[in-house]
Write a protein that binds this ligand. Sequence first.
Ligand code: PCA
Length: 215
Amino acid sequence: MILVTGFQGYAGRSANPSELVAKALDGQRIAGVEVVGRTLPVDFRAVRHDLPRLIDELAPRIVVSLGLLPGEPMIRIERVAANWSWFELPDNTGYRHNGKVIDSGPDGYLSTLPADAMQAAIRRAGLPCRQSGSAGTYLCNATLYVALHHCAEHHPGTRAGFVHLPYLPAQVAGLLDDLAADSLLEMHQRADMASMRLDDMIDSLRAGLAAAVDC
Ligand code: PCA
C-alpha cells in the first residue's frame, strides 16, 4: 500500500493542491498497489503525532507527503529533511515552531524514495520535475523529518519522502486580481506566479509513484 498525504489550506489560502492530489489518488491503484490518500492538518503538534500513527496503522510500503510551495514552477522532489524548524508563518493553530523538530533526533535524514527514478519517470510523462536539497524550515520539512525518523526507528522497510507542488492556475488567477486590487506592487515584484494544472500534478504523482513501486 502507498500512503499519500496532503495538507489543508493555510495562510489564508482556500485550497491546497496537495490535499486535492491526495484525495484524487485515494482508492486508485498504481502499478498494482493500492493508494490511500489522507489530509493532514497544518498543525505542527498534530502532524508530529498523527503521521506516525497513520504509518503504524496502515504499514505502507511507501509514504509520500505532499505540500504546496508557492512560486515553485514544477513538481519538486525533496531529498533532505533537517531537524530544524523556523516558522516564518504560524501554523493553522497560531503556533510557530522555532527549534528542533524532534529534540532527541539526528540532525537530518535523506529521503528514502528513489528520487532519480521518479524524476525520470515524471519527465518521461512530459511533465516538469526537479529535485531539491532543502524542504525549507516550515511544516513540510518537519513532516518529512517526522516520517523519516519514524520509519528509521520503527518501519525500516518503508520508503518515505516529500514532494512539493506549485499553485493551481486558479490560485494564481486570484493572486493577479488581488495584486491589481491592492495597487501596491508591480507584477514583476512578485515571484510566486507559477502554476500547474491539477490533472498534470496527479499524472506526475502517478508516474513517479509507479517508478517508486518498481525500484
Ligand atoms: N506547504 C507548507 C506547509 C503546508 C503546505 O502545503 C510548507 O511548504 O512547509
